[in-house]
Design a protein around this ligand. Sequence first.
Ligand code: CA2
Length: 147
Amino acid sequence: MNILVIHGPNLNLLGRREPDHYGILTLDMINALLQEAAQKARIAISFYQSNAEGELVDAVQKAIGVFDGIVINPGAYTHTSIALRDAILAAGIPVVEVHLSNIYCREDFRQHSYISGVALGVISGFREQSYLLGLQALIAHADRKPG
Ligand code: CA2
């Protein structure tokens, strides 16, 4: 099994500001936790971060035929990007949407996701654990599927 983790805009700044919402870990630390979990589960994992919407769309398109699942934190594009939603739908790869903060406890504009409707599921509010739970969910989903 081959998993891609995609981090959206500004997540490269993690660990420096807004710890109440996003925790204290840097993106590298979160990736290291995911790498360790993937190793234990004997699966391959890759990481990608971009601040640009088009680059995130490209990453989803390039994942076709390469990755079996995607864990994505679309960052603020969650609430704005029909392009990312369309790319995920077109790719046909199982996607789990994750958020560090609980977007449903925050400002109104964060409470709608364009991505949720094309995702397998959503995990929101558990800081870095959201990513680890997202990875677990993808593995469980693959185990359930025949072939
Ligand atoms: O809770 C999440 O994971 C979010 O996807 C994070 C996004 C936000 O726009 C979404 O509504 C919810 C923001 C990521 C920005 O991360 C920062 C990290 C450090 C300093 C400033 C921003």
